[in-house]
Design a protein around this ligand. Structure first.
Ligand code: BGC
Length: 749
């Protein structure tokens, strides 16, 4: 415990209630005489409201209903005679999805719907770089406009509760602080292009198994501290324009008709003024869903006029079950959004750009900071190209493309540089590449995916190696100076609509890797995957281990640059890699996947909070990642070791980061807080700050964290509010959750 400053007297526990965040905005239209108000963070005039009211007053009930439901796969109806356009949406998290037919999931077959494929969520979060999150959002926002979209169904920010989650690759992290710090700049960048983010999937949608009906039970504290912070920050800090209601139930009610979550929490508590859009086919009623806070129903598989907010809603109005004034309220929200996005005409709207070199460069920048160096014991990395003549490249993943694949949204792209192509692009021509596929991606026959069904049968893999392919791989490895194996998974295996059965690496890869390591110890293993796998034996037997992601159009170039040392790796794991599945909290508590009900029995102890509190050794901890250089993190000190709680009170904590190696490099300095003595259950430590910093060889940089005291709060269930406990907090700074290098203690009064 270096530099630990005095622990001040432990006063009897007193608690500060964080003043009720009065986020409730002036309600649009509540004062007819006002000339300026704010809507979604932008000033608006009375004329704006009056114009919208006038348009609504001229609409028929049928026209209003058309605006509230899908009238094609990704649009709602406009009202041409009144100058109201369709609302045009597109997936998603990996970039702007190809055009889908208007009335089926079949691709529309266009030749102008190519887009940049950006790194999947896991890749972005592994950068731990908030500037890159903004860059990603802005870049994909420009592409959305170039494809004439109003709403991008992104970002996907559900917490990674289990490593088996089919969408782990798409989501950011297991930690709520990292989650919100990436979510906010992403949305801001995106929405600067006159396109709405649709933040998904609100909320507590943390598994694919039974996602169409499972009823999620979470205690209020875990909900507030773990599952909601990024959604809340999306609304309050980023002013997200739209939100996607999830498929599942939460405390007995479907999330698209959960009045508590939509009306009470999202709108009344957080002041959300935008549009709530359902996930595709996630709506179950007409009147109840509208009254509970949903605005737009999207999805499959019924004819569009049979959607709950189509003919059945019109019938309900006629039968007096819901008033037309209630319908108008939802239509108004959509029109307000359209004006904000400038889609109603009259104002110059961002035109955007797509497939540009600048955007491919954005994808490259993210990918190159996302690669995580897990092990480099014999300094095989970076590859010394002057010392070798031949490289064996082994693995199906050397060639595998991931822009499309599996169930769910991908991107049709003109550029996806594979790992093998990346190496060819970057290696000197004099070096010969001996490629062998080694293992094949094979599955047992499976039922055809059923149109409109939101969960799908899991793919069963065939995990036996082909002896001939194994032999070819061994020969290539024997005859080469070094070997690089590209292993892991892909987007057919890790996919929306089903969770994985276990952490096993599919297709016989472990055997392949072990046999190759036996014949060529100069073997670098590169895992390409979006979620944890059982790599215990690979960790033990290999001396060089790298983790990469479904990493976008430039993924192969970025990976090659890391392997060859053109880029010094700076990625950090955004989740814990367990030694065994049973060590992970949802599995240790036997509370995954549930049946009709899933109860999150681990409570607040999600991810590293569980491992650190229960003293379970992970295979690789949250926040872990090496560099080709080394860093010394020291001299933590604070501007004050005592602070009085107030809403705006902030503590500054600085620390020196010395680059003690032989190469410039970026380090992610992480700040965790511990409250040893508390009247409530506490995780051993919680991330409360991080900064990525470039430090030149031999240089020292001072990193300063700004920690608002209110970040130290816990959610008090009895009082239904956030509380900051008085007393000592240990502030621990390091470069992973298990590598704390310097500490200070502060006393909150
Ligand atoms: C997914 C959403 C997606 C929607 C439209 C759903 O199955 O859960 O994330 O935006 O489909 O493709």
């Amino acid at each position: 415990m270096n530099n630990k400053l005095t622990i001040l007297s432990m006063v009897a526990v007193s608690i500060f209630i964080i003043s009720c965040n009065n986020t409730k905005k002036e309600k649009a239209n509540s004062d007819e005489t006002a000339t300026t108000k704010s809507y979604l963070g932008k000033p608006i005039t009375h004329a704006f409201d009056a114009k919208i009211d006038s348009i609504i007053s001229q609409m028929t009930l049928e026209e209003k209903s058309g605006m509230l439901h899908g009238t094609s796969m990704f649009t709602t109806a406009g009202v041409e005679r009144l100058g109201v356009p369709e609302l045009k949406m597109a997936d998603g998290p990996l970039g702007v999805r190809e055009e889908i037919s208007r009335d089926s999931w079949a691709p529309a077959g266009l030749d102008n719907d190519f887009a940049t494929y950006y790194p999947a969520g896991g890749g972005l979060s592994a950068t731990w770089n908030t500037e890159l999150a903004y860059k990603f959002g802005f870049s994909v926002g420009e592409e959305s406009r170039a494809r004439d979209k109003d709403v991008l169904l992104s970002p996907a920010i559900n917490i990674i509760r289990t490593p088996l989650g089919g969408r782990t690759y798409e989501y950011f992290t297991e930690d709520p602080f990292l989650n919100k710090k990436l979510t906010v700049p992403f949305i801001v960048g995106l929405q600067e292009n006159d396109v709405a983010a649709c933040v998904k999937h609100y909320a507590a949608n943390n598994q694919e198994t039974n996602r169409d009906f499972v009823d999620v039970q979470i205690d209020e504290r875990a909900l507030r501290e773990i599952y909601l912070p990024a959604f809340k920050a999306a609304v309050i800090e980023a002013k997200a324009f739209s939100m996607m209601g999830a498929y599942n139930k939460f405390r007995g009610e479907y999330l698209c008709e959960n009045s508590h979550m939509l009306n009470d929490v999202l709108r009344d508590e957080w002041g959300f003024e935008g549009v709530v859009i359902s996930d595709w086919a996630a709506v179950h009623t007409s009147v109840n869903s509208l009254k509970s806070g949903l605005d737009v129903e999207m999805g499959t598989p019924k004819p569009f006029n049979e959607f709950f907010l189509a003919d059945p809603l019109i019938d309900s109005v006629k039968a007096g079950k819901i008033s037309e004034a209630e319908i108008d309220k939802h239509v108004k929200r959509i029109l307000q959004l359209m004006y904000t996005l400038k889609s109603m005409g009259g104002e110059e709207r961002t035109k955007g750009s797509i497939n540009t070199e600048a955007h491919f460069k954005d994808a490259y920048d993210i990918a190159s900071e996302s690669v995580v160096l897990l092990k480099n014991d014999k300094n095989l990395l970076p590859v010394n190209t002057s010392g070798i003549k031949t490289v064996a490249v082994i693995g199906n993943n050397a060639l595998k493309k991931n822009a499309l694949g599996g169930f769910g949204a991908g991107v049709k792209t003109k550029r996806e540089v594979t790992p093998l192509e990346g190496l060819k692009n970057r290696l000197p021509e004099s070096i010969k590449i001996n490629y062998a596929e080694g293992y094949k991606e094979t599955y047992a026959p499976k039922k055809e995916a059923i149109f409109g069904e939101v969960t799908q049968e899991r793919a069963e893999t065939i995990d036996v190696l082909d002896p001939k392919m194994l032999e070819e791989a061994i020969t290539a490895a024997k005859n080469s100076d070094i070997t690089i194996i590209f292993a892991g998974s892909n987007r057919d295996y890790e996919t929306e609509a089903s969770d994985r059965a276990d952490l096993e690496l599919p297709f016989g890869q472990v055997e392949l890797i072990e046999k190759v390591l036996e014949v060529n110890p100069n073997t670098i293993v590169v895992m390409i995957a979006g979620a944890p796998f059982d790599i215990n034996s690979i960790k033990e037997k290999s001396s060089a281990l790298v983790w990469s992601w479904f990493n976008g159009s430039e993924g192969g170039n970025a990976l090659a640059d890391v392997l060859l040392g053109n880029v010094n790796p700076s990625g950090k794991l955004p989740w814990t890699m367990p030694k065994s599945l049973a060590d992970s909290p949802a599995h240790a508590t036997n509370s995954f996947p549930g049946d009709k009900i899933v109860s999150y029995d681990e409570g607040i102890l999600v991810g590293y909070r569980w491992f650190d509190t229960k003293n379970v050794e992970p295979l690789y901890p949250f926040g872990y990642g090496l560099s080709y250089t080394t860093f010394d993190i020291k001299n933590a000190h604070t501007d004050k070791n005592e602070a009085y709680y107030s809403e705006d009170e902030t503590i500054y904590i600085s620390v020196d980061v010395e680059n003690t190696g032989n190469m410039d490099g970026k380090e992610v300095v992480q700040l965790y807080a511990t409250k040893e003595e508390s009247k409530v259950e506490r995780a051993a430590q919680e991330l409360k700050g991080f900064k990525k910093v470039l430090v030149g060889e031999g240089q020292t940089a001072t990193v300063t964290f700004t920690v608002p005291v209110k970040e130290l709060a816990y959610y008090d269930i009895d009082k239904s509010t956030w509380m900051v406990e008085s007393g000592a907090y240990d502030i621990k700074i390091g470069n992973s959750s298990r590598a704390i290098k310097s500490e200070v203690t502060i006393n909150i009064k």
